[in-house]
Design a protein around this ligand. Sequence first.
Ligand code: AMP
Length: 446
Amino acid sequence: MSFENLGLMPELSRALVELGYTQPTPIQTEAVPLALAGHDLMGGAQTGTGKTAAFALPLLQRLAQIPPAGGPRRPRALVLTPTRELAVQVHDSLRAYGKYLRLASTTIYGGAGMQPQIDALRRGVDVLVATPGRLIDHMERRSVDLSQIRMLVLDEADRMLDMGFLAAIKRILVKLPSDRQTLLFSATFEDAIKKLAMEFLRDPREVQVAARNTVASTVAHRVHPVDAVRKRDLLVDILSARWQEQVLVFGRTKHGCNRLAEQLAKSGIESVAIHGNKSQAQRLRALGDFKSGKARVLVATDVAARGLDIPQLPLVINFDLPMVAEDYVHRIGRTGRAGASGEAISLVAPDESELLRAIRRMLKNELEIAEVDGYAPSRPLDLEGRGGNAQRPGGQRPAGARPAKRSRRSRGGGGGAAKPQAHAGHKKHAGGARGDGSRRGNGTAR
Ligand code: AMP
């Protein structure tokens, strides 16, 4: 399947060739022809599947084919994204794909001055990429005119709802002309998303690339049980052993991410942290430093990392497990892209056993549990959800207690998918069969 076969105009195909895209990804193959034909769409796809191009290409083509109304250019397409980073990335993609089309685009998001955005809107735009909150600010000031919108994209709709944007989205949608095409992309389709779609989409076609809550099969998942207080040391050890790789580390809190970045710096590991408390300029600079290789480690919270477009990432480390199992899938979406193998390592303290169980259920136990020499936790992870049993210190049975029938640790792999790996040294992982060279070598991901 080629891009021309999807019905794309030569101006777009040419830009794609220059970007090195040779074949459409599955979501593009499915979504592009339907969107070009004018259908509303509900697209189930995560970051890394090529979903941005799946909506951006038909959007650009349709705008290029529909002549604008006379007078100053007012936005004819609107893309709503949950975060400013994603807005910037979508905008970058639109510009890259639309290089040979004469369409003007701009982004508006919070955390940046209003005036430059007002000026850009005044100069005239065809495509507007916006975060919901800031768009409402502009609507209230009447600095944006949405009366000409013909296409609307809701990107990462599930995340927008998670972030509490439902009311804002509805306020925006009721102001848009009803005679428009709407494309909704979401990694998950919970009831709230379906309700939104029912209310605002017309006879939508559904396109789905990966079943809900599945991760690329090329990703190896490993859990290192470790006490919370020893996580930082273990992380430093892992990062030191894998000194040639770029790594994305997830933390749960902004504060935790900052502290972690500081600690890594003390250990001589260049890292940058991005989270919601950072200014837009700081976040973009951090992302830029990571992308350019200036910083080897990016420490991020879930919200801040949403939609980050990071090329060829061999390893993602969960310093903390996410509070919601679905976020594990989002995090891991940054590795193993487009057939390249990837690795996901989670440092899990006994107190996080419940979160781990939820993730194991979702992934059907495809997690290898491997203790690292010198980092065995003071009590085992409670993999079966037996509560009190796990409270006993590992290896040190209280006087009089019956011996455990079988070590929990030794059946850690679970589901037959992973081998028991008690006392596997992490250095072994770094240089094993799935070692760094091979991971990089076969990378076709972007
Ligand atoms: P996305 O899922 O939209 O975040 O895209 C993930 C990455 O895949 C981005 O770096 C895109 O530039 C890249 N990409 C999207 N479609 C293709 C394609 N057909 N061929 C090669 N790379 C692509």
